[in-house]
Ligand binder design. Structure first.
Ligand code: IPE
Ligand code: IPE
Ligand code: MG
Length: 250
């Protein structure tokens, strides 16, 4: 049977939410005998391209992992340059995002960032808050374990306050306190740079996402590469625990 006739409607649909670990900036730079920061700068251009690609395809949500809770372990100089780049990227890109109807959110423990960076983030989020196009989430000082831990802490506080009892704690009780609350789970997860690991990204939300890994370093990830990832997604059968027969007949 040709593969096409086996596809069902959900397989042909575009993913609603795409989440990406943008990895390989350092290796991209190293290959070119450039400093690592040059790779991070080239990475910002790749972000611009993938945002456009999502908007063109009517994808609702794009989440990009920009800085993990573990990335503070990098040399101080690189961390400092990354923070500067974050500020300058917000300064340069926010107006363009706004013009393109993109709603921006920065998700993570922002309290660790400088006052200046926190202010830029708030300004960018406020400016774009009423936009109705693509939702762009930037995960910064984000870690999946941090997210689950802070959510569980809030659940415990609610129990303390007598809002509900321990017996009433369910997935929904935890989920409503997660930083990504209200956003549908990623349908498609992409990691560039060749590593096949999650690196503490969206541990809760990736439970049923389709995974796609590419050897391309993030600055080389373009519309052609993105199309390949979408094609791969559209050729998979998502079963969510059911049998293939059940999914086919639905
Ligand atoms: C991803 O690229 C960007 C950040 C983690 C900030 P890397 O900087 O991890 O690049 P590699 O993995 O060293 O090539
Ligand atoms: C993951 O990349 C974090 C981001 C892309 C922001 P890393 O390069 O930090 O991941 P590991 O440490 O190699 O797993
Ligand atoms: Mg890396």
């Amino acid at each position: 049977m040709p593969l096409k006739s086996k596809k069902n409607a959900s397989m042909l649909a575009v993913p609603q939410h795409v989440a990406i670990i943008m990895d390989g900036n350092g290796r991209w730079a190293k290959k070119r005998f450039l400093p690592r920061i040059a790779g991070h700068r080239a990475g910002v251009s790749a972000v611009r391209k993938v945002v456009e690609a999502c908007a063109t395809r009517n994808i609702s949500v794009l989440t990009l992992f920009a800085f993990s809770s573990e990335n503070w372990r990098r040399p101080k100089a690189e961390v400092g340059l990354l923070m500067d780049l974050f500020i300058s990227a917000l300064e340069k890109e926010t107006r363009v995002l706004h013009k393109n109807n993109v709603q921006l959110h920065v998700i993570g423990d922002l309290s660790a960032f400088s006052d200046k960076l926190q202010k830029k983030i708030t300004e960018a989020e406020d400016l774009t808050s009423k936009n109705t196009g693509l939702t762009l989430n930037i995960a910064a000082n984000y870690g999946g374990r941090w997210d689950i831990t802070q959510a569980v802490r809030k659940v415990a506080q609610e129990i303390n306050r007598g809002v509900y009892t321990v017996e009433k704690v369910c997935e929904k009780a935890i989920e409503q306190h997660l930083a990504f609350h209200g956003i549908p789970d990623p349908d498609l997860f992409i990691r560039t740079g060749g590593e096949q690991r999650i690196s503490n990204f969206m541990l809760w939300q990736l439970a049923y996402s389709e995974f796609y890994f590419t050897e391309l370093n993030w600055p080389d990830f373009d519309d052609v590469a993105f199309t390949r990832a979408i094609d791969s997604f559209q050729n998979r059968e998502r079963r969510f625990g059911q049998t293939s027969e059940q999914v086919q007949s639905a």
